[in-house]
Design a protein around this ligand. Sequence first.
Ligand SMILES: Nc1ncnc2c1ncn2[C@@H]1O[C@H](COP(=O)(O)OP(=O)(O)OP(=O)(O)O)[C@@H](O)[C@H]1O
Ligand SMILES: Nc1nc2c(c(=O)[nH]1)N=C(CO)CN2
Length: 187
Amino acid sequence: MTETPNPHMPDADTMTGGMRPIRQAVIAIGSNLGERLNNVQGAVAALADTPEVTVVTVSSVYETVPVGAPAGSRDFLNAAVLIDTTLTVHTLLDRCLAIEDAFGRERGEPNAPRTLDVDLIVVGDRIASDERLTLPHPRAHERAFVLIPWLELDLEGEIPGKGFVVDLAQSVDTSGVTRREDLEILV
Ligand SMILES: Nc1ncnc2c1ncn2[C@@H]1O[C@H](COP(=O)(O)OP(=O)(O)OP(=O)(O)O)[C@@H](O)[C@H]1O
Ligand SMILES: Nc1nc2c(c(=O)[nH]1)N=C(CO)CN2
């Protein structure tokens, strides 16, 4: 793994459970197959049920035009979740993938319609790049369906190396992102 070394702290992933710091993370959730709201709601409930994860806030639900998806793909429902966690980034990734699996996620073509997508966007200011995990998420800064829900949760949000969410959200096309006032995620 390529990490940005912090000379003042041991690598957080190798520290023992009790010593790991609490970090705030942003998780993006999406669904464009099956019972979309039920899938997004279920993902939030599963995160809230995860040991060492506290759900801090959940955004509104947004209906979004699919980006980079095969022609004819249905619109997504997207949302963002702010959590506090002491999990290592890889354990958190494993949990996100397990939640996707629990909701029938099938892994086919890139950007293919999916019952559930649970992506790690940022975890504190961690930078990571290995065969399983890239942090920050490498495409988050250009995705209105990530930035707009996130902005609702944190006006001071930042993607390390890319900039503040408030600025990034102004630099992307947000026309395909519509807040669904009639839908709500319960925590
Ligand atoms: N920050 C991250 N969040 C989630 N998965 C990641 C991340 N970085 C790397 N991955 C890896 O990406 C793999 C594929 O993820 P996934 O199938 O959800 O991609 P996708 O949603 O189709 O496309 P995109 O990555 O553009 O959102 C996962 O198995 C995981 O190992
Ligand atoms: N609108 C929208 N488009 C997407 C989404 C998504 O969640 N919402 N996820 C993708 C791959 O992760 C690709 N395209």
